[in-house]
Design a protein around this ligand. Structure first.
Ligand SMILES: [Zn+2]
Length: 592
């Protein structure tokens, strides 16, 4: 009996891994999960699989009471599994069926190793020196900050180990929403939809844990498991994999050529002609001589007016035969490299982290039926604001096309303001909005800027030169909202940090003591503090950024992700570098 029970418990181990993967054993103990959870901890993954297979082949029976417990746990993680539907509970005879579901998800949990370009290879030595440390700066955390976090946990100011109720609620709402998109847009069955969503949640959680691990805080802090990164960002599986690779968390061995083309769970849109997919934002250091001076005017207006409602002519938007010459970084011709099956156009990154939209036609968007007419007005106003200051145009469609588009969905819950993916995600970028946070138009602009590929201002790598983070007042469980971004994935295009960016969070974000700010501007503290998190309008730098990103001719480009950083540190005009910079960092040096 005992071995049989142990074998069955292994099922639970695997399932438990979805929720409790990286926790220290001593943490999981005593959390009221039931004895099965505690006992199963000892079984490692490989052992569990081998036991499961053996058990699946055998004919041992297990006590009904025990089976019920495990079956219920299974159903809580696989609610749409055929054997769990409508409140049903799998029977012991369903074990092999259950094992398949567990094994499928387990297999997909491995993070593939991905090839990534070394941006410092082949650049002049003096420039390489300037970026050497930055290339490794992602997730860097110092001792002083760590101690402040530890104090917050120890003192009981924050229960750094428990999941707040709100997080579970958010996770549940979001899981249902995302699974719905999987079913409706990707036409997958319920089980696959659940799997896809859980895998992504798992990846997001792993990133948060990896960041804490790098900060040496694993023993003290469990991150919030709500499926969301940085408070309002949704990551695709491929994006998560890239970040996990940068955090040295790839699990499969050898070089798996896992380009997003093959592995992305979403189909590609028919039109695919972005020219430089650099998500904007992070990076930079010191004084920036190359501060942008462009006006808000679109530099390369690409087409008609926005919000041209009601068209469903998918051809009009989707079949535009703009064949952009194969990409570049930002311009550099893309050749098929060895081992790469098919290169995407517009590859700033070897595998795009966030893709730019093809704006040779207006970006199509749709409204979910959950959006009320008055909410639509807010969205229209937001899209108009972006179009007014850039070449980016939008076109409303009355029904979902089968190519990349934005779909606005209302989540009627005060636990959200907005949620978005970073960059274009085919076939649909869902932007979730609650319309319950005030400044609705500004919130929509913020989320749509994410969808266009732009990340948070306060997570730029040069952030600490402009704001002081009061780590003693930051909730350690939400560290991902303060960890500076991966500089090898983003560029600032040489645009200076700005306090009034619509992509900045407010000064009290995730404060433990909500009367005290978590972010304090280092320059003109009082007046700039009031600007942080403003959602009234796009700042001049936001406007500059979107124009640099989307509205320059193809010949106006950077060939290196670090161009923005170099530009901000004065190398555009620096003797010895200026020639190379003028050839390779034309966009960031404002030479075009
Ligand atoms: Zn955001």
């Amino acid at each position: 009996m005992r071995p049989a029970l142990l074998l069955l418990l292994a099922v639970v181990t695997l399932i438990a891994a979805q929720e409790a993967a990286r926790r220290e054993p001593e943490q999981r103990a005593g959390r009221g999960r039931g004895k099965g959870w505690k006992r199963s901890r000892a079984i490692d993954k490989a052992h569990a699989f081998s036991n499961l297979r053996r058990f699946g082949k055998g004919s041992r029976q297990i006590r009904t009471e025990d089976w019920k417990e495990h079956a219920d746990q299974f159903c809580s993680l696989f609610p749409h599994h055929g054997k769990c539907k409508d409140g049903a509970r799998p029977k012991q005879g369903d074990l092999s069926n259950i094992l398949k579901a567990v094994e499928r998800r387990q297999n997909r949990r491995r993070v593939p190793r991905m090839k990534k370009r070394d941006w410092l290879e082949g650049v002049p030595e003096s420039l390489r020196e300037r970026s050497k440390d930055r290339a490794k700066s992602f997730g860097r955390f110092n001792k002083e900050w760590r101690n402040l976090f530890k104090n917050s946990c120890k003192s009981g100011k924050v229960d750094c180990r428990s999941q707040p109720k709100e997080a579970a609620e958010k996770r549940r709402i979001l899981r249902d929403e995302l699974a719905k998109v999987e079913r409706e847009e990707l036409k997958v069955d319920d089980e696959t939809a659940d799997d896809n969503v859980e895998i992504r949640f798992d990846r997001t959680l792993r990133i948060k844990r990896a960041l804490l691990e790098k900060a040496n805080l694993t023993a003290e802090v469990d991150p919030i498991d709500d499926g969301i990164f940085e408070q309002d960002i949704l990551l695709t599986e491929v994006q998560s994999n890239m970040i996990l690779n940068d955090l040295d968390k790839a699990e499969t061995t050898g070089d798996e050529d896992l380009s997003p083309d093959e592995d992305d769970e979403v189909p590609k849109a028919p039109t695919d002609a972005p020219s430089d997919p650099t998500p904007a934002a992070a990076a930079e250091t010191s004084a920036a001589p190359a501060a942008p001076t462009e006006s808000a005017a679109p530099a390369a207006d690409s087409s008609s007016s926005s919000s041209d409602s009601s068209s469903t002519e998918s051809k009009e938007v989707g079949s535009n035969p703009v064949s952009t010459p194969p990409p570049s970084v930002d311009g550099q011709p893309t050749e098929a490299t060895e081992g790469t099956r098919k290169k995407r156009s517009g590859v700033f990154l070897e595998q795009n982290f966030a893709e730019k939209w093809d704006i040779s036609s207006p970006i199509p968007y749709t409204f979910d039926s959950s959006i009320a007419p008055w909410d639509k007005t807010d969205v229209h106003d937001a899209l108009d604001e972006i179009s007014r200051v850039s070449c980016v145009r939008f076109r409303e469609l009355s029904s979902a096309p089968n190519f990349a588009h934005i779909n606005f969905v209302k989540i009627d819950s005060p636990t959200f303001c907005g949620l978005s993916y970073v960059g274009r995600v085919a076939p649909v970028n869902t932007v979730y909005l609650s319309f319950q946070c005030g400044k609705n138009v500004g919130v929509v602009v913020h989320e749509v800027m994410h969808a266009l590929g732009i990340i948070h201002q306060h997570l730029r790598v040069d952030r600490d030169q402009f704001i002081k983070v009061d780590w003693s007042n930051v909730n350690p469980q939400k560290y991902d909202q303060f960890a500076t971004a991966d500089q090898s994935l983003y560029t600032s295009y040489g645009i200076k940090y700005s306090y009034d960016s619509i992509m900045h969070y407010n000064a009290y974000t995730n404060a433990v003591d909500t009367r005290k700010p978590t972010m304090i501007p280092l320059v003109n503290s009082a007046s700039n503090l009031a600007l942080l998190g403003q959602r009234d309008r796009m700042s001049p730098t936001d406007i500059n950024l979107i124009n640099k990103m989307y509205c320059k001719p193809a010949s106006c480009s950077d060939t290196n992700i670090y161009c923005g950083h170099w530009a901000l540190t004065g190398t555009c005009t620096l003797q010895g570098n200026s020639v190379w910079m003028s050839q390779n960092c034309r966009k960031s040096c404002n030479l075009c």
